[in-house]
Ligand binder design. Structure first.
Ligand code: ADP
Ligand code: MG
Length: 378
């Protein structure tokens, strides 16, 4: 990818070469629907990246070529210069959010490409944002912008320029990712801690169902409302501050549905902590067990699974896969699977063949390796 980017950069913008930067997509091993409850998530950056060659051009114009979209866009750096192409708005947003915070951005020429699958739940948009946020900090700001601020710049770009009201996990993972490490991020305090993740003898593989069930009423908002109602009944700010004893105490005051939603969130918080402990012991069996428990909770208590994802989870279990669960908000998308090396071929074949026989299309398979996040390559 780097050679192709450099070749095309030279064709479009001539010599000299610019700097090369990259940032990664992400997975989340465990900790689902916990972010808006003040809980923990547990992401890591992966070996799929957005990479860009960038060179300041001594003007106030940004000139961008996207290799994957095969489109060239130019824009200025004032608010009214926003480009209409959605992919370019990610880059424009990063420039604007840096400027709004008092940082410097001047014109530059850039060519970029990526291999993070778009819209598959691996956060290609966060990879794109983090790549440019990191690069513009390096090129124009002597790296004076704090790394956590780069995360917030990416998030604000999604909110203000791309119409996506996201949390901070994706940009956090992309900016802070470190090879062979997952990160436990406390969504309330924003504190984070690295945990070693080098599952020797295992692979991490995503099985993308390639279905997305669009439901009439927003199930996401309904889940949030349930959590907020239970938190109010408990007299706590978020379910982060609740435990199962407290929940059982208010059981008759809340609906069964709200009880089940809150039960999932409370148990999920405990599971993240248990997985961290297990990783410190290199105990991947426990990690896998917790992943299955999360799937069960998402499916039965939080009710955000769907037939296709439950089927993939069943196939994984039948094949003896160590851990498997829905990754992401639910109602479609991927499962994330922790699979022993010697089971891998068998599992992929079973999952692919059986899923296709039942649903008429093949799932997409993505192997991932936990890798570094935002960085300068040359
Ligand atoms: P994801 O879950 O992958 O983040 P999003 O819909 O949030 O999905 O972001 C995908 C968008 O990010 C694409 O529609 C495109 O605008 C931009 N994008 C991601 N990867 C690339 C790429 N390689 N080249 C150009 N634009 C990209
Ligand atoms: Mg995205």
């Amino acid at each position: 990818m780097q050679e192709k980017i450099s070749r095309i950069f030279k064709e479009k913008f001539g010599e000299p070469a610019g700097n090369i930067y990259a940032s990664a997509g992400r997975i989340n091993l465990i900790g689902e629907h916990t972010d808006y409850n003040g809980g923990f998530v547990f992401p890591g950056a992966i070996d799929k990246v957005i990479m860009a060659e960038i060179r300041p051009n001594d003007t106030d114009t940004v000139r961008v070529y996207s290799i994957d979209i095969e489109e060239y866009v130019e824009f200025g750096l004032r608010e009214e210069d926003a480009p209409s192409q959605s992919w370019a708005r990610y880059i424009f947003g990063i420039c604007r959010e840096i400027i709004k915070r008092g940082g410097t951005v001047r014109g530059f020429d850039t060519v970029f490409a990526g291999n993070v699958p778009l819209g598959a739940g691996l956060s290609s948009s966060a990879a794109l944002e983090s790549c440019f946020a990191f690069a513009l900090n390096d090129l124009f700001n002597d790296n004076k912008i704090d790394k956590f601020e780069l995360v917030l710049i990416g998030q604000a770009t999604e909110h203000n320029y791309c119409g996506v009201n996201c949390g901070i996990m994706d940009q956090f993972a992309s900016v802070f990712g470190k090879k062979d490490n997952l990160m436990r991020l406390d969504c309330r305090s924003r504190e984070y801690e690295y945990f070693p993740f080098h599952p020797k003898g295992y692979k991490l593989v995503l099985v993308d169902s390639r279905v997305k069930h669009e439901l009439a009423d927003s199930p996401y908002n309904k889940r949030r409302e349930s959590c907020e109602r239970v938190a109010r009944a408990l007299g706590v700010e978020t379910l982060r501050d609740a435990d199962m004893d407290m929940l059982l105490n208010v059981k008759d005051k809340i609906s069964d549905e709200d009880f089940n939603r809150a039960k999932f969130v409370i148990e999920e918080k405990e599971r993240v902590l248990a997985v961290c402990d297990a990783l410190l012991r290199d105990d991947y069996d426990t990690v896998g067990e917790k992943m299955y428990e999360t799937h069960q909770g998402l499916s039965k208590d939080y009710e955000v699974s769907c037939e296709e994802l439950d089927y993939l989870n069943d196939v994984a279990r039948e094949c003896g896969v160590t851990g498997s669960r829905i990754m992401g908000g639910g109602f479609g998308g991927c499962t994330i699977n922790l699979v022993k090396d010697d089971l891998y071929d068998h599992f992929i074949k079973e999952a692919t063949d059986r899923f296709e026989a039942k649903y008429g299309h093949k799932p997409q398979i993505y192997d991932v390796i936990i890798s570094d996040g935002a960085r300068r390559i040359s």
